[in-house]
Design a protein. Structure first.
Length: 442
């Protein structure tokens, strides 16, 4: 009996040890399984987050006149750091840039009405309804809420005094930024002979006229003059200077006068290059004026129908040279002229409405920036076209922005109707918007 009990006791001990070993093995396997599943789950979750990441763009629709200040819509800007890469696009802008991706996301969130308004550079009076704007208040905020224009162009009449003008520009831009999370471009024409601020704001004197700078024969004089101009503009919050003038004054009786650097295309080119460099160094955008060159014209398009007779081959030898110099130096914009050049256009339309001339700017001069129409309040335009037709024609010809319409509402509604009925294609609209917003998001 004693031997049997010992044997049973030993067998029970063996079973306990064996069961414990099995339990430990099972526990270890469970731990390994849980660890493996956890690792796979975390990996899957991370992958899912990456694949589903999106750039948030919250866009408010244009408010009606009943919107209060506290209800003003806000558009949030996209975050740049985690934006997806873009290998190509259909708008002709440069590829694989953060600003292009941000622009694409932003544009996709805009209403059609906001997209169309973005194409316009207008006077403050044209959207506020006042006779002369010298300050920005609730009327300005309401006007911006209803009109998401791309830029405001100021004239000397808006400069009552330095502090007030500076405050108006700053307040207007701040309101726009709060509304839309994007920059509103403040625009002036400051070139020495013709100025918005110099001579009108206290303590700001005009630089030499372009003709004087050209006569000096020293490119550094043009550079220094435009550094000084840009320094003043920056102080007032101005983003774009509709300068320098690139016209070659080949006609002694022409209207361009002392606004041109020279009658010699090479001298004009070197001066334009230095002027653009001066603006760029102070981060003010240059808008070269006015393509394809109007130095031969007797009549200023601002005063009536104006014509020149130059083929594109002729233009390449003279008029194009200063524009090429400014483009090569990095000018952001080119303004079209409202002169009629039937030889270059193959039709009697202002160059702002000539697809052939604008295509030459793109292909022959390699310009990839923003093409701006000539002023739509020029008598060369108002005497022949409605504001709606003029704006639609300019955009379909290749202009990306419409400058200073005489009647903004008429021009805007004309473009909006053309976009809605397909007269202006979705591709043409998108191309213009990508150029504008890629620059705004730089």
């Amino acid at each position: 009996m004693g031997d049997n009990e010992d044997i049973k006791r030993k067998n029970r001990h063996k079973r306990r040890v064996r069961n414990q070993i099995i339990s430990y093995i099972i526990l270890l396997l469970l731990i390994c399984l849980i660890g493996f599943l956890g690792y796979k789950g975390i990996k899957l979750l991370v992958s899912k987050i990456k694949n589903n990441a999106e750039v948030p763009v919250e866009v408010a629709t244009v408010a009606d006149s009943s919107v209060s200040e506290d209800q003003v819509p806000v558009i949030s800007t996209p975050e740049y750091e985690d934006l997806p890469d873009v290998s190509s696009n259909d708008a002709g802008v440069s590829e694989n840039k953060v600003e292009d991706t941000a622009a694409r996301a932003y544009i996709d969130g805009l209403t059609t009405e906001q997209k169309v308004a973005s194409l316009f550079i207008v006077t403050p009076e044209s959207i506020t309804g006042v006779n002369t704007a010298t300050q920005a208040g609730e009327g300005t905020r309401q006007a911006l809420t209803e009109n998401m224009v791309g830029g405001i162009v100021y004239a000397s009449k808006n400069v009552s005094n330095s502090p007030d003008f500076k405050a108006m520009v700053s307040t207007t831009k701040s309101m726009y930024s709060e509304l839309y999370g994007c920059d509103l471009w403040a625009v002036v024409n400051e070139e020495g002979a013709v100025n918005t601020i110099a001579g009108y704001a206290s303590g700001v004197t005009a630089q030499q006229a372009a003709s004087e700078l050209g006569s000096s024969g020293d490119n550094n004089n043009a550079y220094t003059a435009y550094v000084d101009i840009a320094t003043t503009l920056s102080d007032y919050g101005i983003d774009v200077d509709m300068a320098p003038v690139c016209d070659v004054s080949s006609n002694p009786q022409g209207f361009i006068g002392n606004r041109s650097f020279s009658s010699d295309a090479d001298i004009a080119s070197s001066m334009v290059k230095s002027a653009v460099s001066g603006l760029n160094d102070k981060e003010v955008m240059a808008c070269l004026s006015s393509f394809p060159g109007q130095g031969e014209a007797n009549t200023n398009p601002a005063n009536g129908v104006s014509t020149i007779d130059r083929s594109i081959d002729d233009l390449k030898t003279t008029e194009y040279l200063p524009f090429q110099a400014g483009i090569d130096e990095g000018a952001s914009m080119v303004m079209m002229s409202n002169v009629i050049d039937a030889m270059a256009s193959d039709e009697s339309v202002p160059c702002s409405m000539s697809k052939k001339v604008i295509e030459s700017l793109r292909t022959d001069l390699g310009f990839e920036g923003i093409v701006v129409s000539g002023p739509l309040d020029d008598k060369a335009i108002t005497g022949q076209f409605s504001q709606g037709d003029a704006a639609v024609n300019a955009i379909n010809a290749g202009c990306d922005m419409i400058f200073r319409p005489a009647n903004y509402k008429e021009a805007y509604e004309g473009v909006l109707a053309a976009v809605n009925d397909g007269t202006i294609s979705a591709e043409r609209l998108d191309e213009a918007l990508m150029r504008i917003y890629s620059k705004k998001f730089q």
